[in-house]
Ligand binder design. Structure first.
Ligand SMILES: NC(=O)c1ccc[n+]([C@@H]2O[C@H](COP(=O)([O-])OP(=O)(O)OC[C@H]3O[C@@H](n4cnc5c(N)ncnc54)[C@H](OP(=O)(O)O)[C@@H]3O)[C@@H](O)[C@H]2O)c1
Length: 268
């Protein structure tokens, strides 16, 4: 796949997986438009990528008007978007019984509604890429929490299950339009928003934790091979199928494992 001349919008590019993905795309020769709220971080990223043609747009993705404005500005910069990585995301608001209505709404705006709004807002620019004879790709960063429910993290689990289901259903809608849709389901990645100190301190479990560039590489490979779902670490798939075979028993097993590790410490 030739990445030269591709225009890639990456949300949540000011940190973690988004930043690593933006760097990986730029290294391959694509042009990056980095989106997030912290301007200093975005400016630093674009600087490190070598400046123009890379650029950034400051946007609070929980606000649909800002997403509309972002799409307008991007349309002014480029006639087409080849890749959108819906990556921006935040940890869940905690236990359902302990968070407010507003916490839940604010959370779902970022983790679920924003990716859908971004696709809607940028769709005309994907359509231009298709007319150019390219296959644009929509990459939705979900999580293994979208395949295996995490105890005591119901809103986060719900948002990621929704992203996985949304991506699969959207695949059908977009396939006929010549657009690829891929869900990405990483396991544990040590980042600002999702620190993995508890696992990193455990000599038996620290091997499970990845760094963001590993996810970025998996995203690139997934796009290149036209994958529909990327799980990053192969062993998660075995674990996932095991949880299906366990059926209802998995609730009790996962609760016991969680309590054994100290409930709340790795809550997301
Ligand atoms: N880390 C993990 O273990 C893990 C595992 C599976 C899936 N994921 C998913 O991977 C994605 C990236 O997470 P990460 O681990 O890389 O976290 P991170 O390092 O905390 O990065 C989160 C990014 O999202 C942006 N963001 C948050 N709220 C935003 C808003 N309202 N508007 C615009 N941008 C916003 C942040 O930028 P600003 O603060 O500058 O706006 C930041 O760039 C998330 O969807 C997460 O659920 C993470």
């Amino acid at each position: 796949m030739n990445w030269e001349g591709l225009t890639c919008v990456v949300t949540g590019a000011s940190a973690g997986i988004g930043r690593a993905t933006a760097e990986a795309f730029a290294k391959k020769g694509a042009t990056v438009i980095a989106v997030a709220r912290r301007e200093d971080r975005l400016a630093d990223l674009v600087d490190r990528l070598g400046g123009a043609p890379h650029s950034y747009f400051v946007c609070d993705l929980s606000d649909k008007e800002q997403i509309r404005a972002m799409a307008e500005v991007i349309a002014g910069r480029t006639p087409k978007v080849d890749i959108l990585v819906n990556n921006a995301g935040i940890p869940g608001p905690g236990l359902v019984t302990e968070c407010s209505f507003d916490d839940v709404e604010a959370f779902f705006r970022v983790n679920l509604l924003a990716p859908i709004w971004c696709i809607q807002a940028l769709f005309p620019l994907f359509a231009h890429a298709v007319r150019d004879g390219r296959t644009p790709a929509i990459v939705n960063v979900a999580s293994m929490a979208g395949r295996i429910p995490i105890p005591a993290s119901a809103p986060y689990t719900a948002s990621k299950y929704a992203m996985v289901g949304f991506s699969e259903s959207l695949w059908g809608e977009m396939h006929d339009k010549g657009i690829q849709v891929m869900a990405v389901c990483p396991g544990f990645v040590d980042t600002e928003g999702f620190p993995m100190d508890v696992l990193l301190k455990d000599p038996l479990l620290r091997w499970t934790v990845m760094k963001p560039p590993r996810v970025a590489d998996a995203i690139c490979r997934g796009i290149e091979s036209g994958s529909t779902e990327v799980r990053v670490q192969g062993w998660w798939s075995i674990f996932y199928y095991l949880t299906i075979v366990m059926g209802p028993l998995r609730r009790r097993v996962s609760q016991k494992v969680w309590h054994a590790k100290g409930s709340g410490k790795i809550q997301i």
